[in-house]
Ligand binder design. Structure first.
Ligand code: TIU
Length: 234
């Protein structure tokens, strides 16, 4: 079988997909709680509408991964209804009018299973895609993510979602320390603070890619179209 490696045009230099590698798309916390009025992000005093700009591009990237039948991992930041997995420090932080667990217009804030805690309809997971419920900002803390990546021999992660400098960056740093080759997709992540997004992208790729790479969705899709893994690892 012909083996063709992919090289994705990225910063600070091209992102290579070796012959024996498996990629996954990670979509962090595209939940109503962060993108719609009345959720956690709103309760913290943020303008949540500015996160919605990435939805069409992220949907296009998701569709690309689905067409290529590559693994997709969605995460949700959430807590058990009794908040037993939520440190009191997290509840107190923010000093918002609606704290975690309080009843809001979309149900209880950041509580698993509440209407406001679900992933937005446009990006809803399809059967066969992984869905990780995470109590922290990073997707590895107290979740099955590490096991899933190992079981499916995943080595390369394309990281997207919200917010760039909180859950997205924390997850990318956790993954980087575990040896995963991570690329943050520039136009598929957003922050309530545009300057924090730009700073995050810059610090990821500084120092020779100290945390990993960044590229646009188009650059990722163009690269993946050339990629034909020689070994089916999933
Ligand atoms: N507040 C904020 O920017 N983010 C979070 O609390 N969680 C995530 O980033 N998902």
């Amino acid at each position: 079988m012909e083996v063709r490696l992919a090289s994705i045009s990225a910063q600070p230099y091209d992102y290579e997909l070796p012959e024996v590698s498996q990629v996954a798309l990670v979509v962090i916390d595209m939940q109503r709680d962060f993108l719609e009025p009345g959720g956690f992000g709103d309760a913290l005093g943020n303008d949540v509408t500015r996160l919605q700009a990435i939805v069409p591009t992220l949907k296009r990237l998701l569709d690309g991964f689905r067409t290529l039948q590559l693994p997709i991992i969605h995460t949700l930041e959430c807590h058990q209804p009794d908040l037993s997995d939520c440190p009191p420090s997290k509840i107190k932080r923010g000093r918002s009018r609606l704290t975690i667990g309080a009843e809001g217009p979309m149900g209880r804030i950041l509580v698993k299973g509440e209407p406001g805690n679900g992933i937005i309809a446009e990006l809803a997971p399809l059967p066969g895609e992984f869905v990780i419920h995470k109590p922290g900002k990073g997707a590895f803390y107290n979740t099955e993510l590490a096991t899933i990546l190992q079981q499916h021999s995943i080595t390369h992660l394309f990281i997207t979602g919200v917010t760039t400098e909180v859950c997205v960056q924390t997850t990318m740093r956790e993954a980087n320390d575990r040896g995963y080759e991570c690329l943050m997709v520039e136009d598929c992540t957003e922050s309530y603070f545009p300057e924090f997004k730009q700073a995050t992208l810059a610090m990821v790729r500084a120092q020779g890619g100290i945390v990993g790479w960044t590229a646009t969705a188009d650059q990722v899709l163009k690269g993946l179209e050339q990629w034909k893994p020689s070994t089916v690892l999933v």
